[in-house]
Design a protein around this ligand. Structure first.
Ligand SMILES: C[S@@+](CC[C@H](N)C(=O)[O-])C[C@H]1O[C@@H](n2cnc3c(N)ncnc32)[C@H](O)[C@@H]1O
Length: 273
């Protein structure tokens, strides 16, 4: 069964627009790659007695995603994007098409990494990803509305920390992968300067980062192995701290660098029984 594409309007069970709009659009000027504003809302049907995973916590449904997308067009954003793509690309390219990004946002990474499909609970994000040629699927990573054994690669970048249940999301990713397929996870590891900055902003009540739960490299390795994956490769980049006036594009290195701000792990899906 092919993935369900997003149609305009109301494919999401989620209800963008519920809840108070909070946000700090000017964050896009201060290393705020997540400059968009979340709105609260659940993925359960209105009135459903069964709460969706993590219901009661804002779902990371973002309005103003266009604003965060703009940051990647600034000179600093372009440099950071180049570094992150350099870390991701060789690991994504090891896995066959079709590829899907979970938490696709505006589709910038999906487009650059030849992921033809993108899933997100935000219809606004999916609409923007659609302009980049990504086939959008509305839903959450914890309960993928996708057939099993469908994809060669599942990408998550800057999304794991916003998931209510990363373990379920990775188990779902494993379910949708074909034999020999794999998952690629890009994240800001705790202990690195970028995660620490954003975590501190979260502690100060930042409307987006207060919902982020950053992970260590070990956490992500454990999540992957716990979902049955075999971690096969890693890459690191972004040794420069946030807040610089400009960034020099670094070449990503294989392996985990404890000083890196951005780490990518790739893992092969468990064989199908
Ligand atoms: C920080 S943004 C990253 C977007 C994109 N990966 C990028 O790096 O530009 C996190 C994305 O995860 C999405 N998201 C939040 N909760 C999610 C969930 N439970 N399942 C899938 N995506 C989710 C948000 O709507 C948002 O688009």
């Amino acid at each position: 069964m092919p993935p369900r594409p997003s149609s305009s309007g109301s494919c999401c069970d989620a209800t963008p627009g519920e809840g108070a709009l909070v946000g700090a659009p000017t964050d896009c000027e201060s290393d705020g790659r997540v400059a968009s504003t979340p709105v609260s809302g659940g993925t359960g049907q209105p009135g459903s007695p069964t709460p969706a995973p993590g219901q009661g916590r804002p779902r990371g449904l973002y309005t103003g995603v266009e604003a965060s997308d703009v940051w990647y067009q600034t000179p600093r954003g372009q440099a950071v994007l180049a570094m992150e793509l350099d870390a991701l690309r060789p690991l994504v390219d090891r896995f066959p098409a079709p590829r899907i990004e979970i938490g696709v946002g505006t589709g910038r990474f999906a487009q650059a990494l030849d992921c033809g499909y993108g899933l997100d609970p935000s219809e606004e994000a999916l609409a923007l990803a659609g302009r980049r040629g990504i086939t959008g699927i509305c839903g959450v990573g914890e309960a993928l509305p996708l057939a099993s054994a469908r994809f060669g690669a599942v990408l998550l970048t800057f999304t794991l920390c916003f998931l209510d249940d990363p373990h379920s999301a990775l188990a779902e990713a494993a379910r949708t992968l074909v034999d020999g397929g794999g998952v690629v996870v890009g994240f800001l590891p705790t202990g690195g300067p970028w995660a620490e900055l954003y975590a501190e902003r979260g502690r100060q009540g930042h409307p987006v980062f207060r919902h982020a739960r950053f992970h260590s490299v070990t956490d992500v390795q454990d999540l992957l192995t716990g979902a049955g994956f075999d971690v096969v490769a890693s890459r690191s980049t972004l040794r420069q701290p946030p807040g610089l006036d400009r960034y020099t594009v670094e070449t990503a290195q294989d392996g985990v660098d404890p000083d890196a701000g951005y780490v990518v792990l790739s893992a092969v899906a468990p064989p199908r029984g």
